[in-house]
Ligand binder design. Sequence first.
Ligand code: GLN
Length: 209
Amino acid sequence: MDASAPIVGVLALQGDFEDHAESLRRQGLCTREVRSARDLVGIAAIVLPGGESTTMLKLLDVEGLWAPLGRALQSGMPVMATCAGLILLAQHVENPSQRSYGILPVTVVRNGYGRQLHSGTFALRSDVLPKGTTGTFIRAPKITRVGPGCEVLAWRDGDPVLVQQGNVLAACFHPELEERHPVTERFAAMVRANGAGGTAMGGCVGGCG
Ligand code: GLN
């Protein structure tokens, strides 16, 4: 184990956090499942996975994690949010409206591509991702507004599906479902460029790559 490897915290209350952790370890990063405020100490970056955003909101309250996670998200550390994670970060959430951290200036419509029937893998259009990159959408939110300062990095048909503002990268789809996805690689590069906010000495649960 590389004791100086940055630790990426993966919010592990619900959803597909295990796939995220595994795909990050494949990038040589060290991961820690985050279930309580204590788990946030010493992490260099954080991932908010897909799942069910309403359930995550409830569990964040139950675990007393809403405010501590909010402080971590505002700290400037690299953040990757996918699907339900994106919903948690959005400034405005519709269908129905619900509480969110609001650190990303976008409006999202929950299940905006329809429900299970409209889930699947779709081609992405992007100037920054390799040609032929696809995204798997599962009851995905649709981004209907992107505010100033927020860059759109990929589209599905005419809709933005990958956005970045500063160190915050957010996708409507699930890069963690693929063994190596350019979005996971981009996030890993952001984490490395940002350096170790914390190190593996602090406790790396789940192993290091
Ligand atoms: N439909 C879910 C929600 O609104 C998100 C789906 C996902 O994360 N795959 O929270």
